[in-house]
Design a protein around this ligand. Structure first.
Ligand SMILES: [Zn+2]
Length: 125
């Protein structure tokens, strides 16, 4: 009887058979190297090489943790959307408010301010 390979889930650290898990692979930069390679046999070709290494990282994640991860990704994308919508509404709201404020602002609209003072004087007399 074949034994099914097991792995520990990187999220919840429980051990599951790999048939009930998902292999999640991601690439991460592990560094870079500069090197000079000389072909000693011919002594003619000297190569300067520069390369950056990105390491493939594979993690076994059980189905329930994978589902949670996907859900979190979806939620953070949704939060990003909501934040950008709120930001947009705030900007629109500030632009909308500029006009009525100016109307009663004595600095930007002195004529109207004087008018209202005159009206008050009239009412008192
Ligand atoms: Zn798990």
């Amino acid at each position: 009887m074949n034994k099914i390979a097991t792995s520990a889930c990187t999220s919840c650290h429980k051990i599951f058979p790999r048939t009930k898990m998902r292999l999640v692979s991601s690439y991460e930069k592990s560094g870079s190297s500069k090197g000079i390679s000389t072909n000693l046999a011919t002594k003619k070709s000297t190569r300067v090489s520069y390369r950056s290494y990105s390491r493939k990282r594979e993690r076994w994640v059980c189905y329930s943790c994978y589902a949670i991860q996907l859900d979190n990704q979806r939620k953070s994308r949704k939060v990003g959307w909501i934040l950008s919508i709120i930001g947009f509404l705030l900007i629109v709201g500030l632009m909308d408010r500029e006009n009525p404020d100016d109307e009663f602002n004595p600095i930007t609209n002195p004529d109207r301010f004087i008018d209202t003072q005159e009206v008050w004087k009239d009412k008192k007399n």
